[in-house]
Design a protein around this ligand. Structure first.
Ligand code: A2H
Length: 221
């Protein structure tokens, strides 16, 4: 780890269900958010879901008079040092302790997300000691997110284990995964990695180049 602290953007994903599920009952009357740490806030348009660690330990912490963040205890302590706490000089106020399993399936309203509602889904590789323990998922821009989503899509037993319903992610995740990179992506590697041109403009150039070099043919049916 470097000497400089890492700066993340915490994305506030509001729990969008009333009344709150039983487990979150003690937070009733407050605005409750899953707070996700990201290095890529500019990608938030492409969010398809949020990730939680099923066996992870979380809490609903009072960040202000009105707002509650669901994060790990470690993150709540760090937030308190940075003055995000209802009880600034004291131990963070935890309304209820939760596990990741308690959060799976929560409907969320996340800033910038093209989709009005996204859901919290299980990911086993979420690190309890990084960020908030909550991750926003942008499969079009983050390989980790893409792989975790593919994993869930291809493993009905995992979905069954965590009670994941198909309508929480399937159609929209697929659509965004396929469309997003095409309409808004830029090249990151290779000779066209200038970072500005849209995929759509580069696509015919690469296609021609591959055909001319014999590495591809055009096929019609
Ligand atoms: B990034 P670094 Cl689109 N466990 O956000 C595992 N991964 C976590 C995490 C945790 N507890 N907390 C945050 N992260 C992820 C967006 C994104 C991210 C995109 C592309 C790349 C990317 C959407 N997911 O990260 O170790 C979060 O995913 C590439 C590394 O501090 C966060 O940013 O460098 C990133 O890891 C922070 O990782």
């Amino acid at each position: 780890e470097g000497v400089q602290p890492q700066e993340y953007t915490l994305i506030k994903m509001e729990v969008a269900v009333k009344p709150l599920p039983l487990k979150l009952g003690p937070s009733e009357g407050k605005r409750v958010f899953l707070a996700a740490a990201t290095l890529r806030p500019e990608t938030m348009y492409g969010q398809t879901n949020a990730w939680v660690l099923p066996d992870g330990r979380y809490g609903a912490y009072e960040i202000s008079e009105t707002d509650v963040f669901i994060v790990t205890e470690r993150a709540a302590l760090n937030l308190a040092y940075q003055n995000f706490s209802k009880t600034p000089q004291k131990k963070p106020s935890c309304l209820v302790e939760l596990t990741g399993c308690d959060l799976i399936g929560l409907p969320l309203r996340s800033p910038l997300a093209a989709k009005e509602i996204i859901y919290a889904l299980p990911m086993l590789t979420v690190l309890a000691n990084k960020g908030t323990g909550i991750v926003n998922s942008v499969p079009s821009d983050a390989p980790d997110d893409y792989m975790a989503l593919q994993d869930l899509i291809s493993k009905p037993d995992v979905r069954a284990k965590y009670g994941v319903k198909d309508e929480w992610y399937l159609a929209e995740a697929k659509r965004l995964t396929y469309l997003k990179g095409f309409t808004e992506g830029t090249m990151l590697i290779g000779e066209f990695a200038i970072g500005l041109e849209a995929f759509q403009e580069i696509k015919p150039i690469i296609k021609t180049k591959l055909v001319e070099s014999g590495e591809a043919i055009l096929y019609r049916e």
